[in-house]
Design a protein around this ligand. Structure first.
Ligand SMILES: *Cc1c(COP(=O)(O)O)cnc(C)c1O
Length: 347
C-alpha cells in the first residue's frame, strides 16, 4: 500500500528502536526519567523556550496550553479550520469551561487582524462579555494544505495580541516542516508565540509524543494539567528516547518529504479530471479536487485504494495526500499513475 493518508503512519527508525531499548529510565511523574528530562531540555532549546513538557499527543499538548492560558468562562480565538477547533473533541470546553470563538481562516492559513479585532469585547468591563484569553494559530496549517505562516504575519499578530494583553499559542504540530521549508530556525518562528506544541510522531517519525514549550511558570501549570488529564507517564523515557533521535537526526530530511509533495502535485497537475494548485504546495501536504465527471470523492478513494493507494477525504470536495519518510520518488510516480488510471476509467 502506498500510504498517503498521513505522516503519522511513519514507523520508528532502526536508530530509534535501538535508542528505545537502551534508554536510561526513571519515574517521570517524579521528574526522574533522565531520558525524558534530556528530551525536554533539548526540545525547549530548539524552540527557544525556557521549559518544555513531554505530552502523549498533540491534542493533549494543545488542551493543556488552553487550560493554562485561559480561565474558566474565557474565550480562545481559534481558526475555524484549525485542528484545535475541528479535531480535538472540544476538550477546552469540556475540561476547562472555555468558549471557542472560531475565526475565519484565510487561504494562507492566517487569521486576519480585523477578524480577531471583531472577536474582542467592545467593552471589557461589561460583565456580559466572555473575555478573550488566548489566540491560537496553526503552523504549518494542515487544512490549508501545509501552508507556512510568514514571519511578517506572525510579528504582526504578536504585536496585535500584545497590544490587547492576550497571549498567543502556536499549534506547531509540523513546525519543523515550516522551518525546513523556509530556512527560518524553529526558535525564530516560535519567538512570536508564548507557547508552542509540536509533534514528534508525524514527519519526525517517533512512535509517540508531542512537546509543549513555554516559560517556566507556564510549563509548571501544564505539568499539573497533564497529570489531571491522565497524561503523567512513568518510564516515558521508553519513547522519549525516540524523540531525542527525532530531534537530533530527523529534521533536515523533511526536505525530502517536501520534494516528494512537489513531485506529486506536479504529477497530479498533468491529470485531466484532477484540480491541484501545485504552486501552493510548499511542505508535505497536497490538497486536490477530483473534477472528473461521474466520480465522487468516496468512489475515487475506494478505487485508488483497490489499486494500492491510500489517501484521505478532507471535506469541501478535497482529497489530502501527505508525504513522509515511508515513501520514495518511485512511489510518488506510481501514486500519480494510479490517480490517472482511476480518473480515466471513470470516463
Ligand atoms: C496531528 C495534529 C495535532 C494533534 O496531534 P495528535 O498527536 O494526533 O493528537 C494537532 N494539530 C495539528 C495541526 C495536527 O496536524
Amino acid at each position: 500500500m502506498i500510504e498517503m493518508r498521513s505522516d503519522t503512519f511513519t514507523l520508528p527508525t532502526p536508530q530509534m528502536v535501538s535508542a528505545m531499548t537502551q534508554a536510561v529510565l526513571g519515574d517521570d511523574v517524579y521528574g526522574e526519567d533522565p531520558t525524558v528530562n534530556r528530551l525536554e531540555e533539548l526540545a525547549a532549546g530548539m524552540v527557544g523556550k525556557a521549559a518544555a513538557c513531554l505530552m502523549p499527543s498533540g491534542t493533549m499538548a494543545n488542551l493543556a496550553a488552553l487550560l493554562v492560558h485561559v480561565p474558566r468562562g474565557g474565550k480562545a480565538l481559534v481558526g475555524n479550520e484549525s485542528d484545535i477547533y475541528l479535531y480535538e473533541a472540544g476538550g477546552a470546553s469540556v475540561c476547562g469551561g472555555i468558549v471557542y470563538e472560531p475565526i475565519p481562516t484565510q487561504s494562507d492559513g492566517t487569521l486576519a487582524m480585523d477578524d480577531l479585532a471583531a472577536a474582542l469585547p467592545p467593552d471589557p468591563d461589561d460583565p456580559q462579555f466572555a473575555l478573550p484569553g488566548l489566540i491560537c494559530v496553526e503552523n504549518t496549517h494542515n487544512r490549508m494544505g501545509g501552508q507556512v505562516l510568514s514571519q511578517v504575519y506572525l510579528a504582526q499578530l504578536r504585536g496585535f495580541a500584545a497590544g490587547h494583553g492576550i497571549p498567543v499559542h502556536m499549534d506547531g504540530a509540523r513546525i519543523f516542516n515550516a522551518a525546513v521549508a523556509t530556512g527560518v530556525p524553529a526558535k525564530h518562528i516560535a519567538a512570536h508565540a508564548d507557547s508552542i506544541q509540536f509533534c514528534l510522531s508525524k514527519g519526525l517519525s517517533a512512535p509517540i509524543g508531542s512537546i509543549l514549550a513555554g516559560d517556566a511558570g507556564f510549563i509548571e501549570g501544564a505539568r499539573r494539567i497533564r497529570k489531571m488529564l491522565g497524561g503523567g507517564m512513568r518510564q516515558a523515557g521508553v519513547f522519549a528516547a525516540a524523540g531525542v533521535v527525532a530531534l537530533t537526526s530527523m529534521i533536515d530530511r523533511l526536505a525530502e518529504d517536501h520534494e516528494l509533495a512537489a513531485q506529486l502535485a506536479a504529477g497530479l497537475a498533468d491529470v485531466d479530471g484532477i484540480e491541484v494548485d501545485a504552486s501552493s504546495v510548499t511542505t508535505n501536504i497536497v490538497l486536490f479536487r477530483v473534477t472528473a465527471k461521474g466520480l465522487d470523492d468516496k468512489r475515487f478513494l475506494h478505487a485508488a485504494r483497490q489499486r494500492g493507494l491510500a489517501m484521505a477525504d478532507f471535506g469541501h470536495g478535497r482529497i489530502r495526500a501527505v508525504t513522509h519518510r515511508g515513501l520514495s520518488s518511485p512511489d510518488i510516480s506510481a501514486a500519480a499513475a494510479i490517480v490517472a488510471d482511476v480518473v480515466r476509467e471513470a470516463d
